[in-house]
Design a protein around this ligand. Structure first.
Ligand code: LLP
Length: 433
């Protein structure tokens, strides 16, 4: 991303001490999708579409994506690799947003695909990824999932365990595979999304790896794979990973996983894609094809969620709760990982009144944002939370029987509905009574 294109209202706090009121921002912060802006009416625009009009047309809550942001991020990966080597493959880690429309964009952008289940494989195929460019992951793939992948001609299966080696050799002798390695490297990130450490359910430990490599005779071992974790800002562990895997043997393919972090709040400045790719390639030997599997860093900042404010409850001296029409069912990340988000009122960006943004679920913990400065929120306002493009829709639930939100893709001022809102009828559709 080019954060410079959309300068945050960061410097404001450093202004002269006499300044009592910050001016309203003239531009949305760099956490919003590329090309976001405030239009003449002072409304937030995503992908050229006025967010208030989107809320009117599609209702709230709604996930809204700027399609071109996804394209730009894919291009940034492509260009970063192509500037340095011919031997690379970029896999979209589709778990971040396993959607047919997103998969169509990313397959057309020339990416390959990482799927973590039979369901993600189905979505990848529907999204136009050629089977031979798909990699199937998972620490406990079922026999049915393995058979489905083999029948579809999936290019590589990333084998996670000795049990799976046995299973796959029986089902598909000669299948091309990578071995997933637990490299014993711990990046700085939330424990739930850290996977490189020795004590992990994923992969084969370094000590066991030589034995696993020997056990691959009935299959075609094409390389090693490791994934350190997600939302990582420090690039050093990635360089170390490339070195550790390289030391384990000579293979045509080296898959260094995903994990590049993104900015969720305006004060965060993650490394660029170019810097990240530089580090991956630095640690890899000449002649090897380097693979990486970005998820969040392709789609995270591309999406925002629109809500409508329903109630504003001020507890004098304690807190002001701004309650919106969604919550933990459309974005469980604050509750799961303590993830921080920002928010704005779509036609009055910025503001001074510090509020908690609460969801509508029957849990006190259903708070999307503990404290964010808003411009005097009122019932009926459209509130936007940026950076919900990854791991929001895909982890959404129907808790409290809330229908899941629609997804709208915006580009050059055109908005297309790519997932319709669930209905009450949908909620009962699979109940056999
Ligand atoms: N490759 C593998 C094998 C993975 O397990 C993952 C993510 C990725 C690639 C993509 O990682 P990314 O580039 O998106 O960081 N639900 C959590 C994130 C879980 C990540 C799981 N694996 C969250 O909302 O933060």
């Amino acid at each position: 991303m080019a954060p410079a294109e959309a300068v945050a209202h960061a410097g404001e706090e450093d202004g002269p001490a006499l300044a009592t009121q910050a001016p309203p921002p003239s531009h949305p912060s760099h956490v919003y999708p590329l090309g976001s802006r405030l239009n003449e009416a002072g409304h937030l625009e995503i992908g050229g579409c006025d967010v208030l009009e989107l809320a009117r047309e599609f209702g709230t809550p709604a996930y809204v994506y700027a399609e071109d942001h996804i394209r730009a991020r894919a291009a940034a990966y492509r260009e970063a690799f192509a500037a340095r080597t011919d031997r690379f493959e970029i896999l979209y880690a589709s778990k971040a947003f396993p959607h047919v429309a997103a998969n169509r964009i990313l397959s057309a952008e020339g990416l390959s695909c990482d799927v973590a289940s039979g369901g993600e494989l189905y979505m990848a195929l529907r999204g136009g990824f050629a089977p031979e460019r798909i990699y199937l992951h998972g620490n406990n793939k079922s026999e049915a999932e393995l058979r489905y992948a083999v029948d579809q001609g999936v290019g590589h299966i990333v084998v996670d365990s000795f049990d799976e080696l046995d299973r796959l050799e029986r089902i598909a002798p000669g299948q091309a595979i990578l071995l997933r390695v637990t490299p014993g490297i711990e990046p700085a990130t939330h424990a739930y999304i850290s996977t490189g450490q020795e004590d992990s359910k994923f992969g084969i430990g370094l000590d066991e790896l030589p034995r696993a490599i020997e056990r691959c005779q009935g299959l075609e071992l094409r390389g090693l794979h490791a994934h350190l974790g997600s939302q990582i800002f420090d690039l050093e562990p990635f360089g170390k990973l490339a070195e550790v895997l390289t030391a384990m043997g000579d293979f045509p393919l080296l898959n260094l996983g995903g994990g590049l972090g993104i900015a969720y709040t305006s004060d965060q400045q993650p490394p660029s894609i170019d810097e990240y790719v530089e580090v991956l390639l630095e640690g890899a030997p000449e002649g090897v094809t380097v693979l990486c599997e970005p998820g969040r860093s392709l789609v995270g900042n591309a999406g925002v969620t629109l809500y409508t404010v329903g109630t504003v409850k001020e507890i004098p001296g304690v807190r002001t709760y701004v309650a919106v029409d969604g919550g933990m069912s459309d974005n469980p990340r604050p509750m799961l990982y303590g993830a921080h988000y920002e928010a704005d009122i779509a036609d009055r960006m910025g503001g001074e009144r510090v509020c908690a943004v609460a969801g509508k679920h029957c849990e006190s913990g259903d708070v999307l944002i503990g404290g964010v400065a808003l411009d005097d929120p009122c019932p009926g306002d459209v509130l936007v939370t940026p950076v919900t493009g990854a791991y929001a829709h895909t982890m959404a639930s129907n808790y409290n029987a809330l229908p899941r939100p629609p997804i709208v893709f915006c580009r050059d001022g055109d908005a297309r509905l790519v997932t319709r809102r669930e209905t009450y009828e949908d909620l009962a559709l699979r109940d056999l009574v």
